[in-house]
Structure formats: C-alpha cells, structure tokens
Ligand binder design. Structure first.
Ligand code: NI
Length: 400
C-alpha cells in the first residue's frame, strides 16, 4: 500500500505544486486566513470529506475535516496537521508565483504544508476503502502568532477529541532537499517571555544615600540570571535565559532613576527545567530586591510549550519514511531551539513532528525561514503528501 500511496502522490505532483503556488500568490497572515480557509473547505467538500468544521477561535479561519474509512473497522482516529498562515513581510523573490499581497509572504513554507495535506486528503480518499479507521485533517491558522496560537484554538474547539496519534511536517530550508528528519522525545523548545520592573527612589547622583538605586539591583539580577543555566540546570539539559532589553525611567548623568525595566526570553525542553528556571528567576528577583531595598514586579509568561515526540509514533513515522524515501534519506534531527505550536497537540495525543528537507542551492531554496527570499524546492512536495497519507494508513493498520 505504501508503494501505491507514493504512486498516487507522484500522479498528483503537478496539482500539488499548482496549489502551493496558488497559496503562495495569495498569502494571508495569522487569524486573517479567510480566503485560504474557504479554498481548503471547498476542496475538502468536493473530495467528499465528512464533519467539515470551519472557523476557530471565534473567527472564520481554520478547517478540520474527516475521511472515514471502512465502517466499523475500528474507532481509531489519526490526525494530520498543516498550518496555513503567512508572515507580514514583503516578498523579494523574482518568481512567476510571487506574492500578490504587498504585506504578506509565505516565508515559512506553510503554503507547502497546506498543499501537501490537501493532496494527502485526495490520496486518502482514493484508498478510503482500505482505511481501518478515520483520518482527521487539521488545517490550522495562526501558527506564527505566538501570543494567540492557532493550535490552541483548534484544541479548545475540540479538534483533538478522540485522536489516537497526531502527525505533522515542517519543510526545512536548512535540511538537504528530499531528506526526512525525525527525533524521539524533546524536539523543539518551549518559548517563554518575562518582564521585570524594579522600583527604587529617585534622587541626585551626588547623594545616593538619599535615594534607592534600582540600577544596582538590575545589574545584580542580570548577572545572577546568567548563573541559573550555568549553576542550576544540569549540563545534560538545555536551557537559554536571554535579556532582550534594559532601560531606566530617566537617562541623565546626574540623576538616580526611579525605576529600571527589563525583559527577555527563556527556552527550555523539559517541563521540570522550565519550572525550575521560572522559580529561580523569581527567587533571584525577590532576593536581590530585598537586599537592595527595591521593589520588584516580575511577570513570567509561557507562550508555547515544548514539542515532545512520542517514541512509538515517531519510530512508526521513521519506518514509513524509510520505505518511502529510502533509509539513506532518513536521519535523526538535532534539537531545535525554535518553537512550534504543534506542541499543543503533542501534549494531548502521542505525536510525531518531523522535517522535510527542501534546501537546494541550485533551486535557491536554502534561504533562512522568515527571510523575504525564502522559497521551497517544490520537487519534494509530493513526498510530503505521500508521507502524511502513508503515516495515517500505517497507523490505522495498527502498526504502532
Ligand atoms: Ni513555520
């Protein structure tokens, strides 16, 4: 069956590329994917998908639908996910399918994800009679939003109810074209942010004893924050604590300012490490502020959880990929400090999130993600469609 799925994907290759270019020319940014959503929903309707739901998070954006296999075969449900949003960026490529929207570009490959999953829907419809369960398609808005992630809206809207396994692919312009990269366990980092206001008492620079200087506390906190990863996180774990900005309420040579403000970000993989870093930062702020007679207000926000791949699901994806791509093209990925809202699904059901390499210097598809010249090597897109469909079929066969 995996051979047949690959043949079908190859048969639909031209259509996959055309669909990807259609989305590329008509990009829509996070929570504005109204036309993209309409196109996806219409395509799924024509294919005969069931339970089509349109609009998540109180918007008209995002679609979920199901392909229901043999009646009564089993109750198993596999979810396949594509994110559909573009970035607020001007397209600087010189290609016939350049973005027609001055203010948006598919500079992360989500147009490719959408086209691959639509093609997978078509393949799965073709082999519907052989599916031992159902496949739920998740076309998710607003992956790039950060603060209001589309994945969370889908989860809140019930998109993950009854799901036994979830799979997702990200095209990758740093991975050689045609390679499939998987990783068991922690894969992409949790992304958190923090803000700190240190209040003291302003005064004259010549008489600090009449003031309470928040810059002294700020300086000590900056140093102490860097000791968290160095001294409190095991060398076998990974974490980053970064300071994004430091400013004072006045910036005059002979004035002691009233307040100092800072912000920054934290990246971690394991929830235990994430909890520890947050606690340590609060403890340092409280301790230093008490010691320097300042008042500290610390706000820590968890934006995106870490993407953790479940072992059996990921090894199934690996073996399916080996059959499709050939073992030489399937590799273990290193950890990635970037973040993905796919993590909201991976917290609910056993998951596998993987990379499909699209980097080719010849095809100019090796520019960084989110750069205005980002492009994908379209010759690998049929493999992404095949991978989605073959994973779903294998999972429903009970191969996990
Ligand atoms: Ni992306």
């Amino acid at each position: 069956m995996i051979g047949k799925i690959k043949e079908l994907a190859k048969k639909y290759e031209k259509e996959i590329i055309e669909t990807r270019r259609r989305f590329h020319q008509n990009p829509e940014t996070s929570w504005k994917e109204v036309e993209t959503t309409k196109y996806i929903a219409e395509t799924l309707k024509k294919l005969g998908c069931e339970n089509i739901k349109v609009g998540f998070g109180g918007t008209q954006c995002g679609v979920t639908a199901e392909i229901v296999g043999k009646p009564g075969a089993n109750e198993k449900c596999v979810a396949l996910r594509a994110d559909i949003d573009a970035l607020p960026l001007k397209d600087e490529k010189d290609v016939p399918y350049k973005s027609q929207n001055e203010n948006a570009t598919h500079a992360c490959g989500h147009d490719a994800h959408t086209a691959m999953l639509l093609a997978a829907a078509r393949i799965l419809t073709d082999i519907k009679a052989d599916l031992k369960g159902k496949v739920r398609l998740l076309f998710q808005p607003a992956e790039e939003h950060g603060v209001n992630p589309g994945a969370k809206a889908l989860v809140d809207g019930g998109a993950m109810e009854g799901v036994d396994a979830v799979f997702g692919i990200h095209v990758m312009s740093t991975t050689p074209s045609g390679e499939f990269w998987y990783r068991v366990g922690p894969f992409m980092a949790a992304a958190d942010g923090w803000e700190l206001t240190i209040s003291g008492k302003g005064g004259h620079g010549s008489t600090p004893e009449t003031a309470i200087d928040p810059t002294i506390a700020a300086g000590q906190i900056i140093g102490a924050f860097q000791s968290i990863v160095a001294r409190e996180v095991s060398a076998k774990d990974t974490a980053v604590v970064s300071i994004g900005g430091v400013k004072t309420s006045s910036f005059v040579f002979n004035i002691i300012p009233e307040r100092a403000e800072m912000n920054g970000s934290v990246r971690t993989f394991r929830p235990e490490v994430q909890d520890h870093v947050e606690e340590a930062m609060k403890r340092i702020v409280d301790g230093v502020c008490a010691g320097t007679r300042c008042r500290g207000e610390f706000k820590y926000s968890r934006f995106l959880p870490a993407t953790i791949n479940e072992e059996k699901t990921t090894l199934l994806a690996k073996s399916v990929a080996e059959e499709l791509f050939g073992a030489a093209k399937v590799k273990e990925s290193p950890l990635n400090m970037g973040s993905e809202d796919f993590s909201y699904y991976s917290r609910i059901a056993p998951s596998a999130f993987a990379y499909l390499g699209t980097a080719s210097a010849e095809k100019k598809s090796d520019m960084p993600h989110h750069s205005p010249k980002f492009d994908v090597d379209e010759s690998v897109l049929f493999m992404g469609a095949a991978m989605h469909a073959a994973f779903a079929w294998s999972c429903l066969e009970g191969k996990k």
